[in-house]
Ligand binder design. Structure first.
Ligand code: HEM
Length: 501
């Protein structure tokens, strides 16, 4: 038995070396981007390691240039670090580079691309994006839900006020804001909200979403993803992924999708005004446009793409505001001048508060939640700059470096919202140096929700509280923790929130 296994492994190894040799022969004619010398089987993996975060990739760009290639075992990874090449990938050749790579773990969580975020560019993606646009990504939706957002934010502010430690030792403000973000998105999806941070259903949901993010963003499975011969050793990890995926989709189905269907069958069809996102999506399923799995993967996508990204950005913004009291006061002064002291900010106000907007842009510049965008991919061999890009390469646009490169940003490592006051750089991608939401076909459709939600939450907190570091500390820690392509604050800030009269 053991001998058979050994023979099998040797055969696999020989086949692999043969394949590499053949692909080398074939790739001879390609003019590949520069990069460190790759060794057989491992490629550059042993040199560059697992953690290919935005900072490490920026350092490699300084050495190899605005485009370089890393071979991570069997996978080609192309990293783009200039505004011109970013434009090429995201705009000019947006179709060629508009697909996504997945890896062994993302294959599990997305059912091999049955979702929208991780599917290749094509008919399925177009249909899913169209079906999701009406219930989530239009100004009409913003107008339909702005009162619900304002009320959720007000409720978070009230809860924070009620806690005595808020104004003394401080609280981990993220916890209450996380409940707020779940309530905002679950109201839009299912017309549901969770009463408190202890709500058992909320706790289950949060735990499963957290587990999904941790498993997907971890570097622990790289070896089996890069080097297929090692994949058998990943069996245990992938088994856990499958279990989490099943439990999560079952939770979405049993507690939310089916509940909504039951409600519609007992109360009769919902009227146009009462329709929430899932009603639109189930209609698409009834028409045969998508299947039940696609419905659940849409719910899955919103859970990961919408809630934590916006929450991380909120956390970073609050941390910087705590660390820069003069900026905090400037935001408060602007709110007082434009709206009047004590008049709570509402959604239509957000566009006439340039300083608040600048603070949000600066937060998204310095602390991009998805600093390398969601990985892109070219299905077919393609050209980029003067180089050939092998088919199915993973293309990372280092959006963080574009927005933090001292060549075109003054003091990029400092939090200076004023830089956004004079020029007309928008978060929507009118300038290829600043792409916190990407740009083009695969850009973030959620920007239309994320920007007003961020402005409302941060504006309202600053109107309601003086936000300070905890006693004995002059600043909160803004160290980072990155994953496969996500970036968040390492230590959730403890913040003192002193109510303002
Ligand atoms: C501050 C908050 C957010 C940030 C920084 C952010 C950032 C991004 C980025 C960088 C991408 C990838 C762009 C690319 O690959 O070119 C993306 C994709 C996406 N985002 Fe967001 N996002 C945020 C909030 C949201 C929200 C609130 C939603 C939904 C309600 C959302 C839904 C999506 C979806 C569905 C995609 C995939 C688009 C596609 O592949 O076609 N995001 N986001």
């Amino acid at each position: 038995m053991e001998l058979d296994l050994f023979k099998g492994l040797v055969a696999l190894f020989v086949a692999l070396v043969g394949l590499i040799f053949l692909s080398k022969l074939r790739s001879k004619k390609l003019k590949l981007p520069p990069g460190p010398l790759a060794v057989p089987i491992f490629g550059n993996w042993l040199q560059v390691g697992d953690d290919l975060n935005h900072r490490n990739l920026s350092d490699l760009a300084k050495k190899y240039g605005e485009i370089f290639l890393l071979k991570m075992g069997q996978r080609n990874l192309v990293v783009v670090s200039s505004p011109d090449l970013a434009k090429e990938v995201l705009h000019t050749q947006g179709v060629e580079f508009g697909s996504r790579t997945r890896n062994v773990v993302f294959d599990i969580f997305t059912g091999k691309g049955q979702d929208m975020v991780f599917t290749v560019y094509g008919e399925h993606w177009r249909k899913m994006r169209r079906i999701m646009t009406v219930p989530f990504f239009t100004n009409k939706v913003v107008q339909q839900y702005r009162f619900a957002w304002e009320s959720e934010i007000a409720s978070a502010v009230e809860d924070i006020k009620k806690r005595p430690e808020s104004s003394t030792t401080g609280i981990v403000i993220r916890r209450r804001l996380q409940l707020m973000m779940y309530n905002i998105m679950y109201k839009m999806m299912f017309d549901r909200r969770f009463e408190s941070e202890e709500d058992p259903l909320f706790l289950r949901l949060r735990a499963l979403n957290g587990e999904r993010s941790r498993l997907a963003q971890s570097f622990d499975y790289n070896y089996g993803d890069f080097i297929p011969i090692l994949r058998p050793f990943l069996r245990g990890y992938l088994k856990i992924c499958k279990e989490v995926k099943e439990r999560r989709l079952t939770l979405f189905k049993d507690y939310f999708v089916e509940e909504r269907k039951k409600m519609a069958s007992t109360r009769g069809p919902v009227s146009l005004n009462e329709k929430v996102a899932i009603d639109h999506i189930l209609e698409a399923q009834d028409k045969g446009e998508i299947n039940e799995d696609n419905v659940l993967y849409i719910v899955e996508n919103i859970n990961v793409a919408a809630i934590e990204t916006t929450l991380w950005s909120m956390e970073w913004g609050i941390a910087e505001i705590v660390n820069h009291p003069e900026i905090q006061q400037k935001i408060r002064d602007e709110l007082d001048t434009m709206l009047g002291h004590g008049v709570p900010i509402t959604e239509p106000d957000t566009i006439r508060l340039p300083y608040l907007q600048a603070v949000i842009k600066e937060t998204l510049r310095l602390h991009m939640a998805i600093p390398l965008l969601v990985p892109h991919m070219n299905l077919n061999e393609a050209k980029l700059g003067s180089y050939d890009i092998p088919a199915e390469s993973k293309i990372l646009v280092n959006a963080w470096w574009l927005a933090n490169n001292p060549e075109w940003w003054d003091k990029p490592d400092q939090f200076i919202p004023e830089r956004f006051l004079d020029d007309k750089i928008e978060a929507s991608g009118n300038d290829f140096r600043y792409l916190p939401f990407g740009v083009g076909r695969r850009s973030c459709p959620g920007i239309i929700l994320a920007l007003p939600i961020l402005a409302l939450a941060i504006g309202r907190l600053i109107q309601s509280f003086e936000l300070l570091p905890p006693p004995g500390q002059s600043k909160v820690d803004v160290s980072e923790k990155g994953g496969q392509f996500s970036l968040h604050i390492l230590n959730h800030s403890v913040v003192v929130a002193k109510p303002i009269a």
